[in-house]
Design a protein around this ligand. Structure first.
Ligand SMILES: [Zn+2]
Ligand SMILES: [Zn+2]
Length: 303
């Protein structure tokens, strides 16, 4: 197998070079992704990736259509371990989960972490209304659940609803301590300028409070490209307007494509490098042997 890859991909280098691609937020057939683990790994090697982290949506104790099942969790870890060994040293493969934080529903992140994950990604896709009247689904391809939840759970009060999203995100950081916070302003995706503006003072205050907690907790922020390449939002999650603010606070950043298909592994990756360099960002976080490391961005990308 090793020889086969050396012949097929003569340019694959074993030594780490910062500009080789990486992605630490990857879905597969184990959850709502469309490609199998092996075909994703092979595609990544073909594209000269140095590192690839898999992050299925973590099992949830409720009926849903997108998360890994509890029954499949051990198989997921076993298959990843096998691939990690088989494809070493062509690519570094990591085991992770994108874990939902829903205060009265989800399991503590620690319960997953101790099963042998290399790192965790924490995210809020379902916002719990404070009276526990239901969950507001803020993600997905259609704005319909977003609009309905806003109407039925929050009486159309966008400030109340958005505040709840950020409070839940902050509670997640403080109590669950994920390594990475996923798409921290995804709440804007289905807004599409209808209910609030990212420049609104009250909204900016919520983001800034979150950023200060991110700094305090040492959480890594991913610049998530999925909105861009799926054409759901004309900006990153979080928006580029926050990059300078994060730079000033010294918040560590990484680049995530949140791939759900093998063809999305590096979608908008170079565009993101370029944008970060243009905003004065010098390094991005990459998982190394056993820990996150800051790797220099290629300054040439900015010109
Ligand atoms: Zn997500
Ligand atoms: Zn994801």
């Amino acid at each position: 197998m090793e020889r086969q890859f050396e012949n097929l991909y003569p340019e694959a280098r074993q030594n780490e070079i910062s500009m080789r691609k990486f992605n630490f937020h990857t879905h597969s057939l184990y959850c709502d992704g469309k490609s199998g683990l092996r075909e994703i790994v092979e595609e990544a090697i073909r594209n000269d990736f140095a590192a690839l982290g898999f992050s299925s949506h973590a099992p949830l104790p409720m009926v849903n259509s997108y998360a890994l099942s509890f029954e499949q969790f051990q198989n997921y870890l076993r298959e990843l371990e096998k691939l990690r060994q088989e494809f070493h040293p062509h690519i570094r493969i990591y085991k992770s989960l994108e874990i939902d934080y829903i205060p009265s529903v989800s399991f503590p992140f620690e319960a997953f972490r101790k099963q042998g994950l290399d790192y965790t990604i924490g995210g809020v896709h379902l916002v719990e209304e404070s009276g526990s009247r239901g969950l507001w689904f803020i993600d997905g391809s259609s704005p319909e659940p977003y609009d309905r939840g806003l109407r039925e759970l929050f009486g159309g009060d966008i400030r109340k609803a958005v505040r709840q999203f950020f409070h839940q995100s902050m509670e997640m950081l403080a109590t669950q301590k994920p390594d990475i916070i996923a798409h921290f302003d995804k709440i804007k995706m289905h807004n599409k300028g209808r209910f609030f503006d990212e420049q609104d003072t009250w909204y900016q205050k919520l983001v800034k409070d979150l950023l200060h907690l991110i700094k305090e907790q040492g959480t890594i922020v991913e610049m998530n490209t999925r909105g861009l390449y799926k054409k759901r939002f004309d900006d990153w999650f979080p928006s580029r307007r926050w990059v300078k603010e994060m730079k000033n606070l010294g918040i560590p950043l990484t680049i995530s494509t949140d791939a759900h298909h093998k063809d999305e592994l590096d979608a908008c990756f170079e565009q993101t490098q370029k944008m970060l360099v243009e905003n004065g960002i010098k390094t991005v976080m990459v998982f190394g042997e056993n820990a996150w490391e800051a790797r220099p961005l290629d300054e040439k990308k900015g010109h």
